[in-house]
Design a protein around this ligand. Structure first.
Ligand code: HEC
Ligand code: HEC
Length: 438
């Protein structure tokens, strides 16, 4: 996976990155296999080749040269700082590495993230944070009788803004494990970027730890929302801009992805290949569904057979109130077991999939979609019944649309070669694609 790193960096150079802009990438690649972050070199080489000045005809020009603001640079320094965990060693970056699809579980292979202390395996798979700034706040989408939760951050949508989200891992015992906001602020006050922090937020900021803590969230959110030239730089993005063609298997995969009778993936993972604006192809509309994901036995908390992650219904959040426009016969119980649909951008780089990280191969994810109904024993064991929700919530699992609406006797929804094609197509969604030189 990490072997993809140089191409991203090289591509960044092509896009006229200024010295500062590349440090997101440089910081990310200097990471050991365990996920421990080493200090990146102070100035990564980012000389733009002369050709980058003149985009070839028909090519959408690269985003403006990367001039990160001071606020964004502080946010980046905070994001990459392994001193902000207790004990030190776990930065945000350790769980959100560009080389592994902006996710990663801090070196854990259990499918869920390992925090800064030993035995701190959590209960959820790290999510990619590279496109998170595009998620709307949590709400309920009501279209006639159809109601779906949507938006927010985290698998259960419990944070509405990146600012608020960023503060959670700092204080989560299973992640960065700081006891108090003040202890985080004390670490920031001693950091190399403390001077910039003072310049940005005023000379007295460290004297108000609560306010300073909020500002940490503001800076990290600014960094995460910064428009970088590596965003929307996948082969698919080049394809919709007309600068590259998909290979035959990738093109077949895209057709299956969009075909309402076969993959039907695009009905949820929204895309529009006829629009040259990549924001029309986020591969999610941030809606929540219960797919009947198999239980992950590697999660230590799952040793307790009556422990379930119900997503929108907790236990990591309080159940949200339904708004008045939701039909009266719909209760929150109907959404227990639903999780936010992630974008599929950079998904091929990730090492674990779904909210509980139960799958470690992309092909297994696609095979699950193809055979959940026809071969349930493969996924749920001898009983062949979805095994990661209490019986009362099994009716919440999707059964009313392709590929999940097939009777078992109808066989797999997709053939082996179709699964391969879908996996090939998903591979076109990884940022940092370098179009062949003409
Ligand atoms: C130990 C691993 C770990 C660390 C460290 C970590 N995260 Fe995460 N991150 C996760 C996991 C796991 C989730 C999903 C958690 C959930 O749904 O409850 C997540 C979710 C997120 C999301 C939500 C993405 C979305 O689209 O909904 C963002 C943004 C994010 N993290 C940013 C950060 C920031 C900023 C930091 C540092 C302050 C950080 N993370 C530190 C593991 C980690
Ligand atoms: C009904 C809406 C829906 C449809 C249809 C759908 N998905 Fe998904 N997809 C989701 C949701 C929701 C999740 C997250 C589920 C969870 O973790 O509980 C998800 C997760 C994924 C993931 C894992 C992403 C990650 O980062 O962990 C992949 C890959 C994926 N879907 C591919 C596909 C493909 C390929 C198809 C078509 C065969 C498809 N999906 C059809 C809603 C959908």
């Amino acid at each position: 996976m990490n072997r993809k790193a140089p191409s991203l960096t090289a591509n960044a150079g092509l896009h006229k990155l200024a010295n500062l802009g590349i440090s997101l990438l440089a910081g990310a690649w200097f990471t050991t296999a365990q996920g421990a972050t080493a200090v990146p070199p102070k100035s990564a080489p980012a000389k733009a080749p002369a050709t980058a000045q003149t985009p070839s005809p028909g090519q959408t020009p690269a985003p403006a040269p990367n001039t990160a603001s001071r606020l964004e640079k502080i946010g980046e320094a905070l994001f990459n700082d392994p001193a902000l965990s207790e004990p030190r060693g776990t930065a945000c970056l350790n769980c959100h590495l560009p080389g592994t699809g902006f996710a990663n579980n801090n070196g854990s292979r259990a499918g869920v993230a390992l925090g800064s202390t030993a035995n701190s395996l959590g209960t959820r798979n790290a999510m990619a944070n590279f496109y998170s700034h595009l998620a709307p706040p949590f709400s309920f989408r009501v279209v006639g009788e159809d109601v779906d939760p949507q938006g927010g951050l985290f698998w259960d949508g419990r944070a509405d803004t990146l600012n608020a989200q960023a503060l959670a891992p700092l204080l989560n015992a299973k992640e960065m494990n700081n006891r108090t906001a003040a202890s985080v602020v004390a670490k920031v006050a001693k950091a190399s970027y403390a001077r910039d922090f003072l310049a940005e937020f005023g000379p007295n900021i460290f004297k108000s730890p609560d306010l300073a803590f909020q500002k940490i969230g503001v800076a990290i959110a600014a960094f995460e929302s910064r428009s970088t030239p590596t965003r929307f730089s996948s082969k698919y993005d080049h394809f919709i801009r007309g600068t590259v063609q998909l290979a035959p298997d990738e093109a077949r995969g895209m057709a299956i992805f969009r075909d309402p009778e076969r993959g039907n993936c695009a009905v949820c993972h929204t895309m529009n290949p006829t629009s040259a604006d990549p924001k029309d192809s986020l591969f999610t509309d941030f809606a929540f569904y219960a797919e009947g994901i198999p239980r992950n036995p590697k999660i230590p908390a799952n040793a307790n057979p009556s422990r379930f992650d119900l997503g929108v219904c907790g236990p990591d959040r309080s159940r949200p109130a339904l708004p008045p426009n939701v039909p009266g016969n719909v209760s929150i119980e109907r959404f227990c077991g639903t999780f936010k649909m992630p974008s599929l951008r950079n998904v091929a780089q990730r090492q674990a999939f779904m909210h509980n990280g139960v799958f470690t191969k992309l092909r297994d994810v696609v095979s699950f979609y193809a055979t959940r109904n026809s071969d349930p024993k493969r996924w749920y064991g001898p009983a062949g019944v979805p095994n990661d929700l209490p019986t009362a919530y099994l009716p919440n699992i999707l059964r009313d649309r392709v590929p999940f609406n097939r009777p078992a006797q109808a066989g797999p929804a997709l053939t082996g070669p179709e699964i391969d094609d879908l996996v090939a197509f998903l591979g076109t969604l990884s940022d940092g694609f370098q179009p062949p030189q003409r």
